[in-house]
Design a protein around this ligand. Structure first.
Ligand code: HEM
Length: 516
């Protein structure tokens, strides 16, 4: 009897693996160009994992003809797409036929619930419709004033840490920026003051750090996620690992706090004209023919907290590092801010956007250090991309960290930090926006798909205007008050992507000095 059970179990595991091996040999994906690799078991994944985020895949993409290439991860192929026409199909025209893979959606569901980041098809359209007004330009203009409070709190704390204009202090900027953006999303998202800048022991801040600042995703989780493509119980086994229990535990803490916020909001919704995202959502929902359920609203809250917090703080962390590495650019930015607005006061949305160099610096950092370096999709039916047959279920990877560094698109100095490229009339920026015809034919063809920081199409980042405005407001606060130097001049800071692309060592030290 037990012999039969063992045999059945073995068959349940071995047969799908054998079928997977067989399908590799029969797959039409074999025709997609692929860089060489020598690791029989892990395939290209081994090299990709060992290097800093983006380094290996950038090398692969430049080795291959432009537009599409294939790598192997264990027993399955991954197809990387950088061709603008193909990207426009995957992200825009056929966006709902290209879904997030089940293992990603399952992972995000454990982390955030079933908010708009996880939803697909009609469910996604419904959720996105419900959220659109809260993230529209007029709303962002209304909440820009909220960004200054946490910005000024940060400046005050850093002033206390760096009391003199003569002496620099060594500071890990990352946790401070993370707390600042958490406080901002608390106020702008829910009209709630977490004040995590002053309360490092804040329950939510701690739970969040545990969720996002944790260890690298373990190899076992990656292997089981890969295996799940052929053997679906692998997903269940993966979700029993301690890594997932850790996530669930901290998520429950975050969920408890957001439930309190939602209850408070509901209780006062008729008597308030608050402009925060949750108030607008709850208010719009009252008059909607197709309202979101309580659970759906809760899950949106978790999604904003996650999507709107670490992405922006990571982008700001990289901005300060880039400015420390480039003192001339830092000085030019400071000059623009001080000359245009000599008085230190809260700026409006339009005033913030009247600073072209600030805008160029922000865009250049988001190009080179895109917080989401790669995302994935899976076609729900067979398709053809760049002339190659792509069977239903293939994992298609869309890598901003490759596209943004491609010399064919961004020119021979693609890997250089050069905010000026966004200021040249008829230069890369205008061409990428599709506004003028530039000299670089490839860039002109790439148009909006040259810059994928916030992706494109119906599932693009709903918070991109929020994020850009928040980054600019915080940079104005910081750069007019402090200067930054590299901690170890010339040292290359490694990049590591878990959910967002952070410094590999888990911290980012800089030398900071007060300016006045
Ligand atoms: C620099 C900062 C940010 C970056 C680089 C960024 C990037 C992205 C990217 C690449 C996606 C698409 C992911 C995918 O479909 O695979 C996305 C989606 C999303 N982002 Fe952001 N984001 C940022 C800030 C924000 C902020 C501040 C918020 C909210 C306050 C936000 C809310 C969202 C939401 C709700 C989605 C899901 C949209 C949908 O699927 O319809 N993001 N973001």
């Amino acid at each position: 009897m037990s012999y039969t059970i063992v045999l059945s179990l073995l068959a349940a595991i071995v047969v799908p693996i054998l079928l997977a091996v067989l399908s590799l040999f029969q797959s039409p994906l074999r025709k997609v160009p692929s860089p060489p690799n020598t690791n029989l078991i892990l395939g290209h994944f081994d090299a990709i994992r060992k290097e800093d985020t983006g380094v290996t895949t950038r090398a692969y993409s430049q080795m291959m003809p432009f537009g599409i290439f294939r790598t192997r991860m264990f027993l399955s192929w991954r197809v990387w797409v950088t061709d603008p026409k193909a990207l426009s199909k995957i992200l825009v025209t056929s966006a709902y036929d290209y879904q997030k893979p089940p293992s990603t959606r399952d992972f995000l569901t454990v982390l955030l619930g079933k908010g708009v980041l996880v939803a697909e098809g009609l469910e996604h359209k419904k959720q996105r419709r419900a959220l659109d007004s809260a993230f529209s330009l007029p709303r962002i203009k209304e909440i820009t004033n909220i960004f200054w409070g946490p910005g000024r709190n940060l400046v005050k704390i850093w002033e206390d840490m760096a009391p003199s204009t003569d002496e620099a202090v060594r500071i890990d900027v990352m946790p401070w920026l993370s707390r600042t953006t958490l406080d901002i999303i608390g106020l702008a998202g829910f009209d709630h003051d977490f004040d995590s800048l002053h309360k490092p022991e804040d329950k939510l801040a701690k739970a969040y750090n545990s969720l996002f600042n944790g260890e690298r995703v373990p190899l076992s989780v990656m292997i089981l996620s890969g295996l799940a493509e052929y053997f679906s119980p692998a997903l269940w086994i993966r979700n029993q690992l301690p890594f997932f229990h850790h996530i669930k535990k901290h998520r429950m803490i975050v969920e408890g706090i957001t439930q309190e916020l939602l209850d408070k909001k509901r209780a006062s919704i008729h008597s308030s004209d608050k402009k925060d995202i949750l108030s607008i959502l709850v208010r719009d929902n009252l008059g909607s023919e197709d309202p979101l359920t309580d659970k759906e609203i809760m899950d949106q809250c978790l999604t904003f907290l996650a999507a709107g917090h670490e992405t922006t703080s990571t982008a700001l962390t990289w901005t300060l590092q880039r400015l420390a590495e480039n003192p001339n650019i830092q000085q030019k930015l400071r000059q623009e801010i001080l000359q245009t607005f000599p008085q230190d006061r809260d700026l409006t949305y339009d005033e913030l956007n009247s600073l072209p160099y600030l805008s160029a610096v922000t865009r250049e950092v988001l190009r080179l250090d895109a917080p989401v370096p790669v995302t994935s999709r899976q076609p729900v039916k067979d398709d053809v991309i760049c002339g190659y047959a792509i069977p239903k279920g293939t994992i298609v990877l869309i890598p901003p960290s490759v596209v943004h560094y491609h010399p064919d698109i961004w020119g021979p100095e693609a890997d250089k930090f050069k905010p000026e490229r966004f200021l040249e009339v008829g230069g890369v920026s205008d061409v990428a926006k599709g506004e003028v015809n530039g000299e670089n034919e490839r860039l002109r063809r790439a148009g909006p798909y040259a810059n994928l920081t916030f992706l494109a199409g119906p599932k693009n980042c709903i918070g991109h205007k929020f994020a850009l405005t928040e980054m600019k407001a915080l940079l104005v606060c910081i750069i007019r008050n402090f200067s930054f130097e590299e901690d170890e001049p010339g040292k290359v800071i490694g990049r590591r992507a878990s959910l967002v692309m952070r410094p590999k060592e888990g911290h980012l030290y800089l030398k900071m000095k007060r300016i006045r």
